[in-house]
Ligand binder design. Structure first.
Ligand code: RP5
Length: 165
């Protein structure tokens, strides 16, 4: 039987998946059980409310929410649940994700929503941040995270620059 998801990944549209799948890959690689769904603050507001209202009861420990443009999904999710919400600004066509970033980051005091970088880096880091939070209560996961960081450092130190033409 598959483990019950502890991290929820939600996004405003299927068009966000190429960005948000990076979060899913990180969680998969760390062996963290996750779920992913399209939940739109604007197009499916009722689904957003029921998703956020039931999230803690279903065993989720945090929610990674990605959206682009008028990116209200992370903030509205955080308004409904007090689980940690990690917002990922998806790169929009018109404004390259600056609109998404500013929509997510400028929350009023009292409803905290973590905000990560625009695009793949943000999606990847949101998942690594979720792993770090879960690792506080999970020594096995903490070891995997330390190993990941050690390997990343070794890879960067071993990297050679290409010769000039
Ligand atoms: C937002 O609008 C989504 O998060 C997406 O980034 C953006 C565009 O959505 P589509 O028109 O591609 O479905 O709600």
């Amino acid at each position: 039987m598959n483990a019950a998801p502890v991290v929820g990944i939600i996004m405003g549209s299927t068009s966000d998946w190429p960005t948000m799948e990076h979060a899913a890959r990180v969680l998969r690689d760390f062996g963290v059980a996750w779920e992913a769904e399209v939940v739109s603050a604007h197009r499916t507001p009722d689904k957003l409310v029921s998703y956020a209202e039931t999230a803690r009861g279903r065993g989720l420990k945090c929610i990674i929410a990605g959206a682009g443009g008028a990116a209200h999904l992370p903030g509205m999710t955080a308004a409904i649940t007090d689980l940690p919400v990690l917002g990922v600004p998806v790169e929009s066509k018109a404004l390259q994700g600056v609109d998404s970033l500013l929509s997510i980051v400028q929350m009023p005091a009292g409803i905290p929503t973590a905000t990560f970088a625009i695009g793949k880096a943000g999606s990847t880091n949101a998942a690594l941040f979720a792993v770090a939070m879960l690792a506080n209560e999970n020594p096995g996961l903490a070891e995997k995270l330390a190993e990941f960081r050690k390997n990343q450092t070794a890879t960067v130190k071993a990297a050679a620059l290409p010769p000039l033409d």
